[in-house]
Design a protein around this ligand. Structure first.
Ligand code: ATP
Ligand code: ATP
Ligand code: MG
Ligand code: MG
Ligand code: MG
Ligand code: MG
Length: 261
């Protein structure tokens, strides 16, 4: 190339340390909105769950899956999203800082660009940003446990927040609501919701209770109709978002291609 080969400054390159991730492990990139407690206040998110904000997060996740084919699954809740890259991926030679920064920056810029589609009457007040981390998991069963951990967290937080905001909206102060809920078990929270507010927790929208899963699946497209009026179909891979249980084995058995090694 025309570039100067060995300038006297080139030695600085040797300070860059190798950050390749362990080979043959599932790569998880988890991003999380920075100071979204404040961000959600500033932008007047509905509490406890603003559906527009969750849909915006899901739309950003779709952009990430569509851009990086080696991401096979993603799970999102609140202001966080976990992206799973397949075990044998050679994406950017598995360099940690490349991978995490690519996902974080694509997600953040998608969030800013798509904001107006989900909040058409609310101006974005300042640039949203996300942190990111990478974790490698050596087996599919530990990876599934990781995803279960996030979904259990979604459930615990959502149940608490649903009670908390019902109490606050019914006139309790935030401190009173917090004191009332201190030390309560799952069953007691369900009873509180049912007895005081007539809410059956299990009938709340699945997007709140289960979070969101994004993955590729075969969908049937009708490409045209034949002369005798029969639909001509074609199978195609499409990225979908669903709100399913990923703790049990059912989902994984129904979609064996997702975590296929
Ligand atoms: P950090 O920078 O450490 O992540 P944070 O303020 O973002 O701090 P989190 O623990 O990540 O704290 O929690 C995110 C907060 O953002 C939630 O507690 C909630 O207040 C708010 N939030 C995120 N998504 C939504 C949503 N869809 N609807 C309502 N509030 C939301
Ligand atoms: P990679 O993804 O590996 O970084 P790249 O295409 O971004 O690939 P770089 O080596 O980073 O390659 O070079 C950035 C390229 O972007 C430049 O070669 C140039 O073509 C273009 N570019 C960046 N900034 C400008 C600019 N201000 N004006 C014109 N072209 C620019
Ligand atoms: Mg955090
Ligand atoms: Mg956050
Ligand atoms: Mg968070
Ligand atoms: Mg470049």
């Amino acid at each position: 190339s025309w570039k100067m080969a060995n300038s006297k400054y080139e030695y600085v390159k040797s300070f860059e340390v190798n950050d390749q991730l362990m080979p043959s492990t599932w790569i998880v990139v988890r991003i999380d909105g920075c100071h979204f407690h404040r961000f959600s206040d500033t932008h007047e998110f509905e509490k406890p769950n603003d559906e527009r904000a969750l849909s915006l997060m899901n739309s950003c996740a779709l952009s990430v899956l569509n851009e990086f084919p080696d991401i096979v699954f993603a799970y999102g809740v609140s202001d966080e999203y976990s992206f799973i890259m397949k075990k044998e991926t050679q994406f950017y030679q598995r360099r940690r800082s490349k991978i995490v920064s690519l996902v974080v920056s694509l997600f953040s810029s998608a969030y800013a660009i798509k904001w107006k589609d989900f909040f058409p009457h609310k101006e974005l007040q300042y640039p949203p940003y996300f942190d990111g981390r990478v974790i490698c998991y050596p087996s599919t069963s530990i990876l599934r446990d990781y995803l279960s951990w996030r979904q259990v967290d979604c459930h615990i937080n959502n149940q608490y927040n649903t009670c908390f905001w019902k109490l606050v909206k019914s006139g309790k102060s935030k401190q009173e609501a917090q004191d009332l809920l201190k030390g309560t078990q799952t069953q007691e929270k369900n009873e509180l919701l049912f007895q005081q507010f007539g809410i059956n927790y299990n009938t709340l929208p699945a997007i709140f209770r289960k979070g969101s899963c994004a993955f590729r699946n075969k969908v049937e497209d009708i490409v045209k109709f034949s002369e005798n009026g029969e639909p001509v179909k074609r199978l195609r891979m499409k990225v979908l978002v669903e709100h399913c249980d990923i703790i049990g084995l059912g989902f994984w058995e129904e979609h064996p291609h997702i975590l296929q090694e």
